[in-house]
Write a protein that binds this ligand. Structure first.
Ligand code: FMN
Length: 263
């Protein structure tokens, strides 16, 4: 997350340690090429509009003579932090035209620069058919999270996965995260306390560049870590818009069979 206080150090250290790829979102990673300079680490921004895609790719080229290695498009149905206003997310804006516009810009840009730039689409992809549809729009691949949380292999606690199985569509809440972006999560005791105005910042982890612990209802690091460890009533259960369709925990193997070959 670009919004992290130590975002630059995190990227530099990851690249020096030999990371194959760094993907940055939650903010505009304007200086990302500089942070991986001198390494073989590939870089990609996460964008939610053609305007941002244009801004970033042109800036990277102009200031660093760097052409993005790939681009991740994240739509309003994704889990976690969202690059849209709360109103846009709640109103459920149609995103297909924006996906097409981003892909068209990125592909044209790549052609001009003589580099193939793959585009990955994320947010709300649930079935084999959804993947085919993303490909029809021009995507080279998809990124999925929610469905993979509900797998045996996912390292989240059993309680976290159980919350996914129990969740219905009406249990989804859009919360304002201290990161400064809306976030999609399952409505639970924690979020209800936050809604009532209770604050619960135990200690400051110094995680965000712009955050005053005195002015926030909860600490994003604390809330996410509590949930993933299994203290779900004390934490934020991030999820995608399709969490209500999760019925059971499956193996990654079976999920991949379903996603790749259909049923
Ligand atoms: C529990 C959870 C945590 C996430 N955390 C991050 C994160 O730390 N950084 C990030 O870039 N995206 C994060 N995401 C977004 C996913 O990477 C992904 O792009 C998105 O959720 C895809 O939509 P889907 O969940 O409908 O498949 C998270 C998503 C979920 C469900």
């Amino acid at each position: 997350m670009v919004a992290l206080k130590h975002y630059r150090q995190h990227v530099r250290i990851a690249a020096k340690a030999g990371a194959d790829v760094v993907i940055c979102g939650a903010g505009l990673p304007m200086d990302l090429p500089e942070l991986v300079a001198g390494t073989d680490t590939k870089i990609a921004p996460i964008v939610s509009s053609a305007r941002c895609a244009k801004l970033l790719l042109q800036k990277w080229k102009r200031s660093y003579q760097y052409v993005a290695d790939f681009v991740v498009i994240e739509g309003p149905k994704a889990g976690g932090h969202l690059g849209f206003s709360k109103e846009e997310v709640l109103e459920g804006i149609s995103f297909e035209e924006e996906i097409k516009a981003i892909i068209s810009f990125v592909k044209e840009f790549g052609k001009t620069e003589g580099k193939e730039i793959p585009v990955i689409v994320a947010g709300g992809i649930f079935t084999h058919e959804d993947i085919l549809h993303a490909m029809d729009l021009g995507a080279d691949g998809v990124q999925m999270a929610t469905r993979f949380v509900a797998t045996h292999e996912c390292d989240a606690s059993q309680a976290y996965k159980e919350a996914y199985i129990q969740a219905k569509e009406e249990d989804i809440k859009i919360t304002q995260s201290p990161v400064g972006m809306p976030g999609r999560a399952i409505n639970n005791a924690f979020l209800q306390r936050v809604e009532k105005g209770e604050t619960c910042v135990k200690k400051c982890y110094q995680c965000l560049a712009k955050c005053n612990p005195a002015n926030i209802p909860y600490c994003i690091t604390q809330a996410l870590v509590e949930a993933v460890k299994g203290n779900v009533d004390q934490g934020l259960i991030f999820c995608g818009s399709n969490v209500g369709r999760i019925r059971e925990i499956v193996s990654v193997h079976d999920l991949m069979q379903e996603l790749v070959y259909g049923k």
